[in-house]
Design a protein around this ligand. Structure first.
Ligand SMILES: [Zn+2]
Ligand SMILES: [Zn+2]
Length: 340
């Protein structure tokens, strides 16, 4: 099969991914082999390729937003049919036995494996997945449009849940949500939040694509992170990996507000005055997701329905897709389209 293989992490400008022929892997007893039709390109892939995340497997095939069809099943797998459309996400496997897994917090599992980082992912014609961690993909989404749901969507959903909006702010109607950085996750979260009744304020530096898309998707206000939104916000999510946004976003947050950091990596957060967080403001990160997050999100995305905007690249252009992502040149989500 054709696969984009990362040998040594380096700046994506040096085109670190090599399109290579490798053997089609065979599934273990509890695994599925999936024929990949589309794989979303996530900022985490960029962190893997450029080495901001430590090397956990080398060489490795990145990609953790995989849509495809079941090509083979391990001997112990009964729940999927050959040819069924499925999705593979970031959380590849957990041990099921640690205190986090036993406490409904499998996203924090000490022994977790991650697609496209600790095991090979979906920048390839085939990918393996642990069957218990695979999602059926709801009808109504083209393969390429479904791919960004599997990380941008699921992590966005979890980030939105961790804001506490809806539960502790008097319901969703009129709740004020800020989104900093408006890439793949942001453009899904705004659709969730608006469908629930919130007003969404978007801070993003890219005017041509990100600010325009945010306005089209119904943002109450769109601006640069340097200009304060016109109202104090009840909660905000930072998707951009820029630590300097933390004090800025805290400064825009109302008393009691929650600031959620939605990325796996962020540059250093500058020190800030206590007054920015006083007033019972909260800063918290998001680490991975549970399978329940994934199932709940996909059901809600189908119900609304969420409409992802995708920019498609060929597998051979994976480096170009990552480069475009790095330079804010994607409107919505980048997707490697193999069979679309
Ligand atoms: Zn565990
Ligand atoms: Zn991701």
């Amino acid at each position: 099969m054709k696969a984009c293989v990362l040998d040594t992490p380096c700046p994506v400008e040096q085109r670190p991914l090599q399109l290579t022929d490798v053997a089609i892997p065979s599934p273990a007893d509890d695994e599925l082999l999936v024929r990949v039709s589309a794989c979303g390109v996530c900022r985490t892939d960029l962190h893997v390729v450029e080495g901001e995340l430590p090397i956990r497997r080398s060489p490795v095939i990145p990609g953790h937003q995989v849509v495809g069809t079941v090509a083979a099943r391990g001997q112990a797998v009964n729940e999927f049919q050959l040819g069924q459309r499925v999705g593979i996400a970031w959380l590849h496997h957990t041990d099921g036995s640690c205190r986090y897994c036993l406490g409904q917090r499998e996203n924090l599992c000490e022994q977790a494996e991650f697609t496209g980082w600790t095991v090979n992912g979906g920048y390839a014609e085939y990918a393996l997945a642990a069957a218990a961690f695979v999602y059926p993909i709801p009808d109504g989404f083209r393969d390429a449009q479904a791919a960004p749901l599997l990380c941008a969507g699921i992590i966005g959903y979890r980030s939105l849940r961790l804001t506490g909006l809806g539960e502790s702010f008097g319901g969703w109607g009129g709740a004020r949500l800020g989104i900093y950085g408006f890439g793949a996750a942001g453009h899904v979260v705004i659709q969730l939040a608006r469908a629930r009744g919130a007003d969404v304020y978007v801070c993003t530096r890219d005017v041509d694509r990100h600010q325009t898309l945010a306005a089209e998707l119904g943002a109450a206000w769109v601006g640069d992170a340097s200009e304060p939104p016109p109202v104090k916000l009840d909660a905000s999510i930072i998707f951009a990996p820029a630590g300097e946004l933390v004090p800025a976003a805290l400064g825009h947050l109302d008393k009691g507000g929650v600031l959620v950091l939605g990325g796996i990596h962020m540059s250093s957060i500058p020190s800030f005055d206590y007054s920015l967080i006083y007033g019972e403001r909260v800063v918290r990160s998001v680490a991975n997701n549970t399978r329940l997050d994934g199932r709940e999100f996909l059901a809600e995305a189908a119900r609304i329905p969420v409409r992802t905007q995708v920019q498609e690249f060929s597998l051979a252009d994976a480096n170009e897709a990552l480069l475009a992502l790095k330079h804010d040149a994607i409107r919505g989500a980048a997707v490697l389209a193999l069979l679309c």
